[in-house]
Design a binder for this molecule. Structure first.
Ligand code: FES
Length: 57
């Protein structure tokens, strides 16, 4: 399932970033890891990313 459509990545990409020890577990860092370093555009996906980071904590 796509999480972000502006810089397309999926929930699997988020899970991979969450299990990558080299990625800090903040929504901003997870976004950066999944988007190839791009900044969020519309921000619609950030709520879901925050939830996924919170669930993984
Ligand atoms: S859907 Fe992720 S920044 Fe727009």
């Amino acid at each position: 399932m796509y999480v972000c459509l502006c810089n397309p990545f999926t929930d699997k990409d988020v899970q991979n970033a969450l299990s990558d020890a080299s990625v800090k577990k903040s929504p901003a860092q997870i976004y950066k890891a999944c988007s190839g370093g791009e900044q969020p555009c519309c921000g619609t996906c950030l709520c879901m990313i925050r939830e996924m980071v919170g669930d993984a904590a």
